[in-house]
Design a protein around this ligand. Structure first.
Ligand SMILES: [Zn+2]
Length: 356
C-alpha cells in the first residue's frame, strides 16, 4: 500500500537539525510513503492546482503555528483558516492539527474543523502514520459496506451484548448507514455513501463516541476509579493483569490506552475466587482482590472518603481535569447529556448545595 501524506507548514526553511524536519525526513525514508510538503503561503495556488483532483491524500497535517508574516500576506492568520482552505479541496481526507503543545492524553480532542490534534511524538514513530491511515481505511470500508459486522471488526469487539448496545447507541444518522436489525434499511447503498465529507464525519463521530466519552471504553483514570484505586497504582502495578480488557481496535495504536468496560468487570470476576464481589461493591471488592494498599485506594477529592463512584471536574477549571468524586459529593453537569450508554463527568462544587 502506498500512502500519501501532505504537510502544510510555513517553516520549510527548517534546518536539517530541526526535530520536525528530522521526523518528516524519517517518514520520507519509508518505502511506500509519499510525503508532499506545501508551504502555507502557497495554499491559494494549491487550491487552483487541485481543482480537478480531489482526495489524492490519505492524511493531511497542518502545523498549528503559522507565522504571522505569512498570514498577513495571504489573508489568513490561524491553523483553522488554513485547514478550511485545505478541506475545500480534500473534503474526504482527515486533516490533523500538528502542534508541539498537545498532551498525549488530549490527542483525541479535535479543534474545530480537524479530525484530531497530534503532538510531536506522533511523528516520532513513522509507523504511526502508516497505522493511522490503515485505521481510517478500515472505518471507511465499514461505512461504505453498510455492514455493522465490519464496524465491530474494526473495533475488535466480539461480545454480542456490547455489539447490540453499540448499535443502540449509534446516533440515528449513523445508524441509518448500517444494516442493523432495529432499523429497516432500504436496499441500495448506505445513505451517506458518496456524500462529500461523510467519511471524515464518520471518523469524527467514532473518535468522539469511543475516546472522548466514557461508556463502552474507559481511559486509565476511569478504569482505576472503577477498580477502587489511584490512577498511579493502576498504571504502575495493575495494568498488566487486564491486558485481555484492553481496546485494540482502530486508533488504539496512536491514542492513549482504552479499556472495554465490560471486560474489566469480567476480569475482576474471574479473579474473585472467594466470592468477595457477592457482598462488596465493584470498587471495594476489586481493591481487596487486587491487594491495593490502604494509601492507594481511591478516595473522593471532596470528602476524602473511600470509593468515589464517579469522575468530575472542579467548577471554573477551564481544562476540565477529572478527579475521583462521589456522586453524592457532586452535581450533574447541566451542559452534558450523553444518553444512556455514556457517563458524563460530574461537576464538583464548593458550596453546600451538594448534599451528603
Ligand atoms: Zn465524597
Amino acid at each position: 500500500m502506498t500512502i500519501r501524506t501532505l504537510f502544510v507548514d510555513d517553516c520549510f526553511g527548517r534546518p536539517e537539525t530541526d526535530p520536525r524536519r528530522q521526523k518528516v525526513d524519517l517518514l520520507k525514508a519509508i518505502e511506500g510513503v509519499s510525503v508532499e510538503e506545501l508551504d502555507a503561503t502557497r495554499l491559494f495556488e494549491f487550491k487552483q492546482a487541485r481543482k480537478s483532483r480531489t482526495d489524492i491524500f490519505d492524511l493531511i497535517f497542518v502545523d498549528y503555528k503559522l507565522s504571522t508574516d505569512a498570514s498577513d500576506v495571504e489573508g489568513f492568520s490561524t491553523g483553522d483558516q488554513c485547514e478550511s482552505l485545505v478541506r475545500a479541496m480534500c473534503s474526504d481526507t482527515p486533516v490533523y492539527l500538528l502542534s508541539v503543545e498537545v498532551a498525549a492524553e488530549r490527542e483525541f480532542e479535535r479543534p474545530e474543523g480537524f479530525e484530531r490534534q497530534v503532538g510531536e511524538n506522533f511523528l516520532s514513530n513513522p509507523q504511526n502514520v502508516y497505522k493511522e491511515i490503515s485505521n481510517h481505511k478500515e472505518l471507511r470500508l465499514a461505512l461504505e459496506s453498510g455492514d455493522c459486522k465490519q464496524l465491530f471488526s474494526a473495533m475488535g469487539c466480539s461480545d454480542d451484548l456490547v455489539k447490540s448496545d453499540i448499535t443502540e447507541a449509534l446516533p440515528a444518522r449513523v445508524r441509518r448507514c448500517f444494516n442493523t436489525a432495529s432499523v429497516s434499511r432500504q436496499s441500495g447503498p448506505p445513505i451517506v455513501h458518496g456524500t462529500k465529507g461523510a467519511r471524515v464525519e464518520f471518523c469524527r463521530w467514532f473518535i468522539d463516541l469511543f475516546y472522548k466519552h466514557p461508556g463502552f471504553l474507559l481511559d486509565d483514570r476511569a478504569t482505576a476509579n472503577l477498580l477502587g484505586m489511584s490512577l498511579e497504582y493502576f498504571t504502575k502495578n495493575i495494568v498488566n493483569q487486564f491486558e485481555a480488557a484492553r481496546y485494540k481496535g482502530v486508533f488504539s495504536h496512536t491514542l492513549c490506552p482504552r479499556w472495554w468496560t465490560d471486560q474489566i468487570k469480567e476480569c475482576v470476576l474471574d479473579l474473585d475466587d472467594n466470592g468477595i464481589l457477592l457482598s462488596k461493591s465493584l470498587a471495594e471488592g476489586a481493591a481487596i482482590i487486587l491487594g491495593v494498599p490502604e494509601g492507594e485506594k481511591a478516595r473522593c477529592v471532596r470528602c476524602e472518603k473511600l470509593w468515589p463512584d464517579a469522575l468530575g471536574f472542579v467548577q471554573d477549571d477551564a481544562h476540565r481535569n477529572l478527579h475521583p468524586v462521589h456522586i453524592r459529593c457532586s452535581i450533574p453537569d447541566p451542559e452534558a447529556d450523553l444518553g444512556a450508554y455514556f457517563t458524563s463527568p460530574r461537576l464538583i462544587i464548593d458550596d453546600e448545595s451538594a448534599s451528603h
